[in-house]
Design a binder for this molecule. Structure first.
Ligand code: ATP
Ligand code: MG
Length: 234
């Protein structure tokens, strides 16, 4: 398998003072380039934590993440930022747009970090794709939740990532807007051949991907890749 993402014996323990909480306990899986995969599990089971570790936003307590052939655990903060900028798109549960930048400027950020020449033109194309060309000069507070999420999708695709992580991309949206956003993600994903890893509570969305991984109690409780069936355990 040509893996874009390899997770090996990955553990994460949060410590605060005397107390410690092991959220992920020796998790293992790999994802092939171009695949789509959903991560499901109860609230607090560590889905956001896992996504953050896979994307190099945070550091594991032990074990390793190999992203596009690069082992993230030994890298500095700056080196991880560089890997993210080169290969990773991230759609956050809460949009995470920069409040002082317009819609267009938000989409341009990853491209400007790479000093790309055609940042404005490419960002406009993406805003058009998500149906927001008209709102390019609006600030996040002037946009609805669904519009902000569409800006964040355009931003996530702007650096043409090899792998896109989406954390509950439709969790804060009404059903129709959510369905529209989902279609956008899958469409952009197909066009660009991006690998997609999406965290969701929505089993219908999960079933639109090629693989479902369920985490519970810090471990993988189910992986359709292992069983060959998309039927989740109750
Ligand atoms: N920075 C942190 N410091 C301490 N504990 C944390 C931190 N981040 C998360 N946790 C704890 O780790 C556990 C897993 O959190 P995480 O956000 O990964 O869960 P989740 O599966 O994404 O949940 P949800 O479905 O509600 O988004 C939770 O118990 C949470 O309180
Ligand atoms: Mg979460």
């Amino acid at each position: 398998m040509n893996s874009i993402l390899e997770v090996k014996d990955l553990s994460k323990t949060y410590r605060s003072g005397e107390r410690s909480l092991t959220v992920l306990d020796r998790v293992n899986f790999s994802i092939a380039a171009g695949d789509t995969c959903a991560i499901v599990g109860p609230s607090g089971s560590g889905k956001t934590t896992l996504l953050g570790l896979c994307a190099g936003l945070d550091r594991a307590s032990s074990g390793s993440v190999i992203l596009n052939g690069v082992r993230l655990d030994n890298l500095s903060e700056d080196q991880r930022a560089e890997v993210r900028n080169l290969h990773v798109g991230f759609i956050f549960q809460s949009f995470n747009l920069m409040p002082t930048l317009t819609a267009l400027e938000n989409v341009m950020v990853p491209l400007e970090l790479r000093r790309e020449k055609n940042a404005a033109r490419r960002s406009m194309e993406l805003l058009e794709k998500v149906g927001l060309a008209e709102r390019r000069n609006h600030y996040p507070t002037q946009l609805s939740g669904g519009e902000q999420q569409r800006v964040s999708i355009a931003r996530a695709f702007s650096n043409q990532p090899k792998i896109l992580f989406a954390d509950e991309p439709t969790g804060n949206l009404d059903e129709d807007t959510g369905a529209h956003i989902e279609n956008l993600i899958f469409e952009l994903n197909r066009e660009a051949g991006t690998t997609l890893v999406v965290v969701t509570h929505d089993l219908e969305l999960a079933e639109k991907t090629g693989r479902i991984i369920q985490i519970r109690g810090g471990k993988i409780a189910y992986d359709s890749f292992e069983t060959g069936s998309m039927q989740l355990r109750p």
